[in-house]
Ligand binder design. Structure first.
Ligand code: BDP
Length: 597
């Protein structure tokens, strides 16, 4: 799926700004058929929850309505008019005047509607988008709605981050010519100093296609005729972690000398491969340093914000981080584009977080409902999960920064049904993209002894909290547990191990000379104890701390104004641990610590 761009044959209009806004209980039936009768306006892009002071809005479970008037540019006669919603969390319905033009399930991937038949160049229309934040056992992520004694509906789910909802990414209107490019896929290879670029251009109707490859200076380095093929770039400059280099693939639909449509797809030439216990980028072993993150900022919630994006990348670079995981859902496309340009390595995750009812039983393994059953995660959940994978790969397949798919965070992997649930999803991911490794992350409840699915995946991604949820405050024990855990996996599998989460809640300004959880010193010492264990295991190919910054959660007794495992505060000030990471990571430069055993 192409990201809309203004090109010589396409125009793009942003519909961001203030929209009329109401929750469903505040307006009558079929509110799209008239001007929304509401005193409220909400900013787009942003989650709506924290924009208002009314808890009935913040905690609303169900649909909300956004509306604005849109004028189609007068020069668009004869063009196709497409409306694109960057994300409607978790389900969206789009109306142009009285007509339903699009419906989409899944809160973090874009969707479009061709509204050419409903609108006219120069004309105005009423655009209404209904967004529903409900999570059920057949959505991704899953959740459950219950009704309180006084009749209020409440939402529960098996992830800790706040269920921010609304239109958190841009809404855009764009034009394309009647015969146009619908999609482009680029797969690159490296053959010594030559880059290979296999490309495929999909068009809306049979048409003559030509492509040109331009280097970063704009010089043409390859060209070909035809909608698919392979071109070669001599003396290629590969895309490397920390040293990004991007080429343009200029695709054109031509009729003789006339260019009917043109779209430029950026790409980088790089390879990714898992060999034995190593993770190779361009044939060289890569050691991940970085974070699990969230799209989370005050007031905006999960709303995309370019200033935070730039600042977060600056801070990551400052710590010496070379990578992050899009925990726990696909991030805005702008994030991946900046990662492409800055050479930051990305593990791209679906929104499948919390496919796990064993967490209800806790670490003590108390009885809990089965995760995989007709009444819990079932065939419909898996179908929604499959669709989430399809949409993720369709959107992000061309980003050189994306080196691995992560199809689920901390699912239940030891219960009956886990293998039946995951095997087809792994197969699907590999079919959609044979070039990238596939992973999921394993929670503390998944051990090398009880796990039923690890062999299906390429990399063992472990989320481990020794010294926090286990051996709390006892870092000596935590270190031995961590090491024993790693050794267990190493003995069973010949696969790279990536620590995708480890972290400790920390209140900035709280200090102690002793190993006291919640203090800044403890967070730093916790990380160091874990690092010592990682460095003793040769199969460890990287470490991503949980979390980059403090983030908002649902209310809960072990959360103080959110999850405080951030190395930075929610307003991006460093805790002491940021300096600990900077000292370790700055010198590594993508290589494994030399002391490694
Ligand atoms: C992990 C989850 C992550 C949580 C974290 C925590 O993957 O989303 O925020 O635990 O408890 O299990 O801090």
């Amino acid at each position: 799926m192409l990201k809309p761009r203004a090109t010589a044959t396409r125009d793009l209009v942003s519909l961001d700004g203030l929209w009329r806004f109401a929750i469903s209980t505040a307006v009558g039936e079929r509110p799209w058929t008239r001007t929304l009768d509401t005193p409220l306006e909400a900013a787009v892009p942003a989650s709506y929850n924290d924009q208002f002071t009314d808890s009935a809005i913040r905690d609303h479970v169900g649909r909300v309505w956004y509306q604005r008037t849109v004028r189609v540019p007068r020069g668009w006669a004869g063009e196709r008019v497409i409306l694109r919603v960057g994300a409607a969390t978790h389900e969206g319905r789009v109306y142009v005047d009285d007509v339903l033009v699009a419906e989409h399930i899944g809160g973090y991937t874009p969707f479009e509607a061709d509204i050419t038949e409903q609108v006219g160049a120069g004309g105005e229309f009423r655009l209404t988008i209904g967004v529903n934040n409900e999570l059920t056992h057949t959505t991704v992520p899953p959740g459950r709605i219950t009704v309180t004694q006084d009749g209020r509906r409440t939402q529960t789910h098996h992830h800790d981050f706040f269920n921010y909802a609304g239109l958190a990414r841009s809404v855009q209107l764009y034009s394309v010519p009647s015969v146009h490019i619908e999609d482009i896929t680029v797969v690159t290879g490296l053959d010594a100093t030559t880059g290979t670029v296999a490309y495929e251009v999909e068009t809306s109707a049979a048409a003559a296609v030509r492509v040109r490859v331009l280097d970063a200076a704009g010089a043409e380095v390859a060209a070909a005729d035809g909608a698919s093929g392979t071109v070669r770039i001599d003396d290629v400059t590969p895309w490397r972690p920390g040293a990004a280099y991007l080429y343009d693939l200029v695709a054109e639909i031509v009729d003789g000398d006339t260019v009917l449509d043109t779209y430029t797809q950026l790409f980088g030439v790089r390879t990714v491969e898992v060999r034995g216990t190593r993770f190779l980028i361009n044939g060289e072993p890569f050691y991940f340093t970085g974070f699990g993150k969230h799209e989370d900022t005050p007031v905006r919630g999960k709303g995309h914000d370019d200033a935070y994006l730039v600042h977060d990348f600056q801070l990551m670079r400052w710590t010496g981080a070379n990578s992050f995981r899009t925990t726990h859902y696909p991030y805005a496309e702008e994030v991946l584009e900046l990662a492409d340009r800055q050479g930051i390595v990305v593990i791209d995750e679906t929104a499948a977080v919390g496919i796990n009812l064993a967490v209800v039983g806790g670490l003590g393994g108390r009885p809990h409902p089965p995760t995989y059953s007709p009444d819990t995660c079932n065939d419909d959940t898996r179908a929604a999960h499959a669709q989430a994978i399809r949409e993720l790969v369709a959107r992000d397949k061309n980003h050189p920064s994306v080196v691995m798919w992560c199809i689920a965070n901390e699912p239940s992997t030891h219960e009956e049904g886990a293998r039946e649930y995951f095997e087809p999803l792994v197969e699907l991911t590999r079919k959609l993209d044979p070039t990238r490794p596939v992973s999921h992350t394993a929670s503390l409840l998944t051990t090398f002894k009880n796990d039923l699915i690890a062999d299906l995946f390429d990399v063992l991604c472990l989320n481990r909290y020794y010294g926090w949820y286990i051996a709390t405050g006892d870092l000596a024990t935590a270190e031995t547990y961590m090491e024993a855990d790693l050794r267990g996996w190493c003995e069973k599998y010949t696969k790279p191990i990536l620590i995708t989460e480890y972290g400790a809640d920390t209140l900035p300004g709280l200090h102690s000379v002793w190993d006291q959880p919640w203090t800044e010193e403890y967070q730093a010492a916790y990380l160091e104890a874990n690092h010592r264990a990682f460095d003793r295991c040769a199969a460890v190919v990287g470490e991503q701390v949980w979390n980059f910054a403090d983030f908002q959660t649902s209310n809960g007794i072990h959360r103080v104004d959110g999850n405080r495992k951030g190395v930075f505060t929610r307003d991006r000030r460093p805790k002491a641990a940021a300096h600990t990471l900077k000292a370790r990571w700055s010198s590594l430069n993508g290589r494994k610590p030399s002391s490694s055993g």
